[in-house]
Design a protein around this ligand. Structure first.
Ligand SMILES: [Fe+2]
Ligand SMILES: [Fe+2]
Length: 258
């Protein structure tokens, strides 16, 4: 099973990059499924129902999210009805949607279970992501390939989660910090891991936002109205090969159009 997991898709230009290139890349890379974090896909922060549906139409099989998922209220009913759209599992149970999905990829492949979690270090005080991960991993069907998106600020929290799940899930990938890390590895010959997938959006930017505005914010200490950066976009993520219940290969992956 060959999977591509794309890091946070940022804004219209990030979505356009996915629209323009993903259908062809799916074929060229021989992918069985594409997963992506969509929490920044609408305007750079949040995910509207329209953007989510667009991404699910153009080659993304499962959309995970994170702390910005609630910005556009129209995502709430879609989180309830669309099983390919997930939100972090450790939000209170009353929040709309679900944090795990089980997907049948056909072609005699094992079921794919995707778990979405959110860290708590330097983030909102949610329920414990470690307890949520234990509970959901135990609910996944026997023989499923389990892939976890740990949407978190702190690398240590992501690595600790991977350590807890090593040997029991096939991948733990980090999202949220938008800068791809160079630590892709396989734990105990089973669990592919990378601390952050990076983002899909404008390359010359501060995490997708206009450099000058972010610099002004840091230098002045005053709030600024964020705007998306302009210029060429890139796709970032990880390519993974799953076989016989193990991650055989995980590679940090980037794509530029030119
Ligand atoms: Fe993000
Ligand atoms: Fe985030």
């Amino acid at each position: 099973m060959r999977l591509l997991f794309l890091g946070d898709i940022v804004g219209n230009s990030g979505r356009q990059m996915v629209r323009d290139h993903l259908p062809r890349l799916r074929r060229e890379l021989g992918l069985n499924a594409v997963l992506a974090n969509g929490e920044n896909a609408s305007g750079g922060m949040g995910l509207s129902a329209k953007s989510a549906q667009e991404l699910l139409r153009c080659g993304v099989d499962v959309l995970t999210t994170g702390n910005h998922v609630w910005k556009f209220p129209d995502i709430r009913p879609l989180l309830q009805s669309e099983h390919r759209l997930l939100r972090p599992a450790n939000y209170p149970a009353s929040a709309p949607g679900r944090g795990m999905g089980i997907y049948d990829l056909g072609e005699g492949l094992p079921p794919l279970a995707v778990i979405n979690l959110q860290g708590r270090t330097f983030m909102e005080a949610l329920d414990c992501p470690f307890a949520a991960a234990e509970k959901l991993a135990a609910q996944a069907p026997q023989g499923a390939v389990i892939v976890v998106d740990m949407h978190a600020e702190a690398t240590s929290e992501k690595r600790a989660l991977a350590h807890m799940l090593r040997g029991r899930v096939q991948a733990v990938v980090g999202t949220h910090t938008h800068v791809q890390t160079n630590d892709a590895t396989i734990l105990d010959s089973v669990t592919g891991y990378i601390s952050d997938l990076g983002m899909c959006g404008p390359e010359d930017s501060c995490l997708g936002m206009d450099n000058d505005i972010i610099l002004r914010r840091f230098r002045s200490g005053l709030p600024q109205r964020f705007e998306l950066a302009k210029g060429p976009c890139m796709l970032s993520g990880a390519l993974m090969e799953m076989d016989q219940g193990r991650c055989r290969e995980i590679t940090a992956w980037q794509y530029r159009a030119s």
